[in-house]
Design a binder for this molecule. Structure first.
Ligand code: SME
Length: 169
């Protein structure tokens, strides 16, 4: 299974359908993770972190193993760096990046795409790959569009039992 522009287009359409059909925010995020994990061979582990105060809290994820990083302070690791800057991070070789918080021994490269809503980072998509230097500009453009589509669904708390997330200044 190789990744073509049809793969990206089809997956974006699938996420668009999920966003338009699902009424529960948690379901939107769960199904989006499923689409990303199922349709892209090089997306080995896919998770969505949600901002809660000064931390990122792990929401839905799919992959061969659970991560120990359930809560990451903003500013820490590759995830925390992307959340602090609001800019996508692509790391071609995680073992050469001292910011990297190791999760899985099999991981070689990583992409972290912030989810921004009304100018505020509300979460991020984190994808680990077992292949080195596998994330390119097409992945970045695609995942940034996915992040935009799901951004309104990251406002209700995954960890706060469905209450609206408090405003952070
Ligand atoms: N590697 C990430 C931590 C999250 S795990 O990949 C799921 C980081 O350096 O921030």
């Amino acid at each position: 299974m190789s990744t073509t522009s049809d793969t990206f287009r089809g997956a974006l359409e699938a996420v668009d359908r999920i966003v338009n059909r699902e009424t529960e925010a948690d379901e939107v995020l769960r199904k989006t993770v499923e689409v990303l994990h199922d349709r892209f061979e090089h997306y080995s582990w896919v998770g969505i972190y949600l901002v809660e105060g000064d931390d990122l809290v792990l929401g839905p994820w799919q992959g061969p193993q659970a991560t120990d990083h359930l809560r990451i302070p903003i500013g820490h690791g590759i995830c925390g760096t992307a959340a602090a800057s609001g800019e996508t991070e692509i790391v071609d070789d995680v073992n050469a990046d001292e910011r990297y918080l190791a999760c899985f021994v099999s991981t070689r490269s990583e992409i972290v795409v912030p989810i921004v809503y009304e100018g505020r980072v509300v979460g991020e998509i984190d994808i680990d790959s077992d292949a080195p230097a596998t994330f390119g500009s097409e992945d970045k453009a695609f995942l940034e569009r996915v992040a935009l589509l799901i951004s309104p669904h990251c406002l209700v708390g995954w960890a706060t039992g469905g209450e609206p997330w408090p405003e952070t200044s």
